[in-house]
Design a protein around this ligand. Structure first.
Ligand code: ZN
Length: 289
């Protein structure tokens, strides 16, 4: 089980959310059989979605991140429910490219830098909120920071990391989002950046056994942080047969009839989890009615 800790500075200048998403990203790799660089890309996006979705108010609210950068991984999608439980998938799970110039998995190379980060918030209003900002780095954390600066005018520092083993399983994954709160003194962001730039990477802290509480203490060092929330989070798919039926209905009557003529059984795979739904000819025809 993963965990998010939310903490706030004693003076109310800034707040952070920190996550250990190792179990989430481990599960994502097992489901999608991603190559190392795609595990890192999908894992970072899932980690960000969980951090961004956990604070939603309504039980049925959800947040979707779609990163479409024109790279070989295709679009990468991550969806969070209002409790920070996430699911996601890459269009192309296997990308083999050389390490980047720092000797690290080349997430930006896999995702691509020509495109946008889309943020969709469904909070039960008639039209969901959709914001998008151009991709600035393709490494994802900077793209999230840029999104908050441009679309929501919230000064933000974000870090995301996924460490993949040589056997392609996930060793550690996690991240944090720190944001200024209204009325924060001007020097707050400089102080935060100074502290955060001096920290080891999130993945190495987690690998060495740091819990999200300790991440929060390190990230907000000097701000006397107080922990105000703790949320268990996991990889969780919300697919049901009813939802698949609704997706089939959206194909329209003629397409469904064609489908029933063409095949005895129609199989629909969930994009997010290993579940497979089967419909026989009669069931498809019943939907067509
Ligand atoms: Zn599913």
């Amino acid at each position: 089980m993963g965990k998010i800790i939310s903490a706030i500075a004693r003076d109310g200048a800034c707040a952070c959310k920190c996550i250990d998403s190792t179990d989430i990203v481990y599960r994502a790799e097992q489901i999608h059989q991603t190559s190392a660089v795609v595990t890192a890309a999908l894992g970072r996006l899932l980690t960000a979605a969980s951090l961004m979705g956990v604070s939603f108010k309504g039980d049925n609210d959800s947040l979707t991140l779609r990163l479409s950068g024109g790279g070989p991984s295709g679009s990468v999608i991550a969806v969070s429910d209002s409790r920070g439980n996430v699911r996601g998938y890459p269009e192309n799970p296997v990308v083999e490219i050389p390490l980047n110039s720092y000797g690290k998995l080349d997430v930006a190379g896999a995702v691509g830098r020509k495109g946008s980060l889309y943020v969709m918030k469904d909070t039960g209003t008639k039209e969901p909120y959709i914001g998008h900002t151009p991709i600035v780095s393709g490494e994802i954390a900077e793209d999230i920071t840029h999104y908050y600066a441009m679309s929501e005018q919230i000064p933000t520092v974000c870090a995301l990391g996924v460490l993949v083993d040589t056997d392609l399983t996930v060793i550690s994954a996690g991240g944090f989002i720190v944001q200024l709160l209204p009325g924060a003194p001007d020097e707050t962001i400089d102080r935060l950046e100074k502290t955060i730039n001096a920290l080891p990477s999130v993945t190495s802290l987690l690998k060495d056994g740091a819990a999200p509480e300790q991440l929060a203490a390190l990230v907000l060092e000097g701000f006397e942080p107080e922990i105000v929330g703790e949320f268990p989070v996991e990889y969780r798919c919300s697919c049901t047969r009813g939802r698949v039926e609704r997706a089939l209905l959206s194909m329209g009557r003629n397409e469904l009839k064609k489908l029933a003529r063409q095949q005895r059984t129609t199989e629909v795979d969930c994009h997010f989890c290993p579940k497979e739904y089967r419909f026989n000819r009669e069931e498809i025809l019943a939907l067509a009615k």
